[in-house]
Write a protein that binds this ligand. Structure first.
Ligand SMILES: [Zn+2]
Length: 609
């Protein structure tokens, strides 16, 4: 039947149980057929009184007697409420756990997760999603790890990451087919039938697979990135130089989807899948073009980290070595920028003494915002130019307004970056990540701007899942119960003017928060007027500020920073005259960083915090 809910239990297959550690046996026993909470709240807006009562009861967990007394009071006021709280919180559903050697797996279900958004889903003709698989260690003192299957719904702007299945074990799942079986079966059905919401059939389509390189190899059935045939996009064969697997700086013949399906390049596959189809192939996923190069691991944690670590460890060619005092100057500069970072960013810069703890977003902030200032004048000019090649191409490829027209320019800059890399950082420095930059623009053509195919959202959600686990027993049950109570409402963010003490202090859009207070008071007005915000006029929908003067570029090579990136230097002294502009004329917010008695203005990229 079209869109009917499937019984999870019927999808459980008989899998031979490996000799599990005792704690896993007890884990399985204590989790099997667990009865737990209800579906998360429905997303219909405006939120009904019943929905509010349900949320209140789930949040505060009062006794049933207490709830029913309140319901009785409300009923006496002629409000439409049930007599018993149990009718608001429907019957609990079962958590089914099955053995997937060497651990256990529970399938939460694609359809079930989507249905928890209620009618909201029915406004779409088609739900499009990306999938991510990754392993995360659960506790510091043990090898226990989770391998969740996550999906990201592209139709939703918030609350868009959903867990559809979770594996737990002391090693990763041994058999890919057994691990993905429930997902593959369910998606195979849903892609044919769609899901039925409010008597409407909504189609379902998988757009991209977004994982780090090891997880990508795992779920595609290919050899890993540490193999000489590790590039998933071209036929390049890496070789060892000084015991380090090294790629050349050019792309070889590109691999097509048909090359993959026809098994024309046997060496690219793991032993098992040289002759048989991998599970994702059975879903007609294009195994080259629909597999994204995740930019978080490839660029931020890959190339940018390598660039900095090589620089700090003096692993550069002799002429590019930076004196120790220069490195410490860069580090000091970074720390001095902390107070200039606007509230869109979750982290402020840290010095190099903490670099082992830097998160992906800190490398990203360095690449796109602070690095151009911190490195200037402290490293060899050619090394700085090399950094700018990556900075400029990643900035252009992150801008939704102009990335399409700049793709070939970016391809040229990235090719040059890769070509220069072994000259600057020695011959064996061209790793899988550095080489893969050559294939980045192909992914941009396929999926759009860089942030469209990064794993950031998935990584953040993995941490949330981990946070659900408070004790080592019944891990899947704990996660299941918490997932059920996640907020599944798609409420639009409050946009417009924000008043404090009867004065308008902020103007909020879907992308930025503009304020009259430093450091959130810099913006560009269309077409390119740099402004420091002084006040807002709510009645007339205006932003009022003073214009910065003497705009010049910050660098002219490899491209003009002002003309193509909007990055410019301006005088600290601003125009005396206050000017008003309609808020619709605001182009973007920017960071203002101090540079030699001037201010360096760097536009904040859409969704690039
Ligand atoms: Zn390649």
């Amino acid at each position: 039947m079209l869109g009917s809910r499937r019984n999870l239990k019927s999808e459980v297959v008989s899998v031979p149980v490996a000799s599990e550690p005792r704690d896993y046996e007890s884990h399985l026993q204590s989790n099997a057929n667990i009865v737990s909470g209800n579906d998360p709240a429905n997303s219909v807006r405006p939120i009904s009184l019943k929905e509010q009562l349900k949320d209140w009861a789930l949040k505060h967990k009062p006794s049933r007697e207490c709830c029913n007394d309140i319901l009785a009071i409300l009923a006496r006021q002629n409000l439409d409420v049930p007599r018993d709280i149990r009718s608001l919180i429907p019957k609990k559903s079962k958590l089914v756990i099955k053995s997937v050697p060497p651990g256990f797996y529970s399938h939460f279900g694609i359809e079930k997760q989507l249905m928890s958004f209620g009618d909201y889903v029915s406004q779409f003709e088609e739900i499009v999603f990306d999938i991510n698989v990754d392993g995360i260690p659960l506790f510091r003192s043990s090898r226990v790890q989770l391998w969740p299957i996550l999906i990201r719904i592209l139709n939703f702007k918030v609350n868009n990451i959903l867990p559809v299945g979770i594996y737990i074990g002391k090693q990763k799942p041994k058999d890919l087919e057994v691990y993905l079986l429930d997902f593959v079966q369910e998606y195979d059905n849903l892609s044919k039938t769609g899901i039925c919401v409010s008597n409407k059939i909504v189609k379902l389509r998988l757009r991209a697979v977004i994982c780090d390189a090891p997880a990508t190899a795992f779920i595609c059935g290919t050899v890993g990135h540490t193999s000489s045939h590790g590039c998933s996009k071209c036929t390049q064969v890496a070789r060892k130089i000084d015991q380090v697997l090294t790629y050349t700086t050019n792309s070889d013949k590109l691999i097509t989807d048909e090359d993959f399906t026809e098994r024309r390049l046997k060496n690219h596959f793991s032993k098992k899948f040289r002759s048989e189809a991998s599970p994702l192939e059975t879903l007609n996923i294009k195994m080259v073009s629909q597999i994204a190069l995740d930019t978080m691991h490839l660029i931020d944690l890959g190339v940018v980290r390598k660039f900095l670590i090589r620089l700090l460890n003096n692993k550069t060619s002799l002429e590019y070595k930076a004196p120790k005092e220069n490195l410490s100057t860069i580090s000091t500069k970074l720390v001095s920028l902390r107070k200039y970072i606007p509230l869109e960013f979750s982290r402020r810069p840290r010095g190099f003494e903490d670099i082992v703890h830097w998160k992906a977003t800190e490398y990203r902030q360095f690449l796109l915002y602070t690095g151009i200032l911190a490195l200037k004048g402290s490293i060899h000019d050619e090394l700085y130019y090399e950094f700018l090649l990556l900075h400029c191409s990643c900035r252009l490829l992150s801008c939704p307004r102009s990335y399409e027209e700049n793709i070939s320019l970016c391809q040229n800059m990235l090719s040059l970056f890769v070509e220069n890399f072994p000259i600057v950082f020695k011959e064996n420095s061209v790793s899988y990540n550095v080489h893969s930059l050559l294939h980045l623009t192909e992914c941009v053509k396929q999926f759009g701007v860089l942030q469209n195919f990064s794993a950031y959202g998935f990584e953040n959600y993995l941490q949330i899942l981990k946070g659900y686990v408070k004790k080592p027993q019944c891990v899947l049950k704990q996660i299941y119960n918490n997932v059920k109570h996640e907020n599944r409402r798609i409420s639009s963010q409050q946009e417009g003017f924000v008043e404090e003490k009867n004065r308008v202090k902020k103007f909020v859009t879907s992308e930025y928060i503009f304020s009259t207070k430093f450091p959130d008071n810099y913006c560009f007005i269309l077409p390119d007027i740099p402004l420091t915000i002084k006040s807002f006029d709510k009645e007339n929908n205006l932003v009022i500020g003073k214009r910065f003067l003497n705009q010049t570029h910050f660098f002219s090579q490899p491209i003009d920073s002002l003309k193509l990136l909007g990055i410019c230097l301006v005088d600290e002294n601003i125009n005396d005259l206050e000017e008003s502009f309609p808020t619709s004329k605001i182009k973007c917010k920017c960071i203002g960083l101090p540079y030699q008695n001037k201010i360096l203005l760097v536009p904040i990229l859409h969704g690039c915090f």
